[in-house]
Design a binder for this molecule. Structure first.
Ligand code: MG
Length: 241
């Protein structure tokens, strides 16, 4: 009897599968927008070019106040002691492409060599550092989410070489009472190599103490750090997700 029931169930399942049409699992609910991929210094067609090497600082302001004092020529270069810079526009979830170069002439060591940083929403730092044969705490080297996540590998090129970060950032969400709804996530590809794989951020990256979330707007400016070292940037573009 048991055998007969099992056979009946099995044949019903088989019959059901055979009654289905392939079209039933096709989705026509959303047409993907056509985006022309970028080539070289040309970003994808739907990206916002934040610094394309034209010396144009229209998209940037000083982090604190006053005009941007960084050198804005073919590349954008940090002027030590001049403060960080941030975008005029605010962003939430993004795909971000940034090319950076630490000085060819090595000066200093550890955190003092080619230090800068890409602060998503001005709060969540993806470290920029000359980590080519330059030891520091691992969650503070290039490719780290500063003091939160050690990069999977060290994908650094020698100082003076242009390097690229491709970043996918999911902004944190907060409830109305200010408590955390969902944390921030980051994926980072450095020079074509995965260094952060959808890691969960524990809060804004902090120099001292444990990170802790505090409610903030859904979109905030992107910030580039001035850390006394003349690091250069170029070809910075962003796609809002
Ligand atoms: Mg830094």
């Amino acid at each position: 009897m048991k055998k007969i029931i099992t056979l009946l169930i099995l044949s019903t399942v088989v019959l059901n599968i055979h009654c289905q049409e392939p079209e039933e699992t096709e989705s026509w609910s959303r047409i993907p927008a056509v985006v022309t991929p970028g080539t070289g210094t040309q970003p994808p067609s739907d990206a916002i070019m934040l610094y394309g090497g034209t010396g144009d600082l229209d998209n940037w302001v000083a982090e604190k106040k006053g005009a941007v004092k960084w050198i804005a020529e073919e590349f954008l270069t940090v002027v030590p002691k001049s403060g960080g810079i941030k975008t005029k526009k605010s962003f939430g979830d993004v795909q971000l492409h940034v090319e950076w170069r630490t000085p060819e002439v090595m000066k200093g060591d550890g955190q003092g060599r080619g230090n800068s940083g890409i602060f998503l929403m001005g709060k969540y730092e993806l470290q920029v550092l000359d980590s080519y044969e330059n030891k520091t705490y691992y969650n503070g080297q290039a490719g780290s989410i500063y003091k939160q996540h050690i990069p999977l590998v060290n994908a650094c090129l020698p100082p003076g070489t242009w390097q690229a970060y491709d970043i996918i950032f999911t902004a944190p969400q907060f409830k109305e009472d200010g408590s955390l709804e969902s944390p921030a996530y980051m994926t980072v590809i450095q020079n074509g190599i995965l260094v952060q794989n959808h890691v969960e951020l524990k809060g804004p990256t902090a120099f001292i103490g444990k990170p802790k979330y505090k409610s903030h707007p859904g979109k905030l400016p992107l910030m580039l750090q001035e850390h006394s070292n003349p690091v250069s940037y170029r070809n910075i573009w962003v796609r809002e997700l």
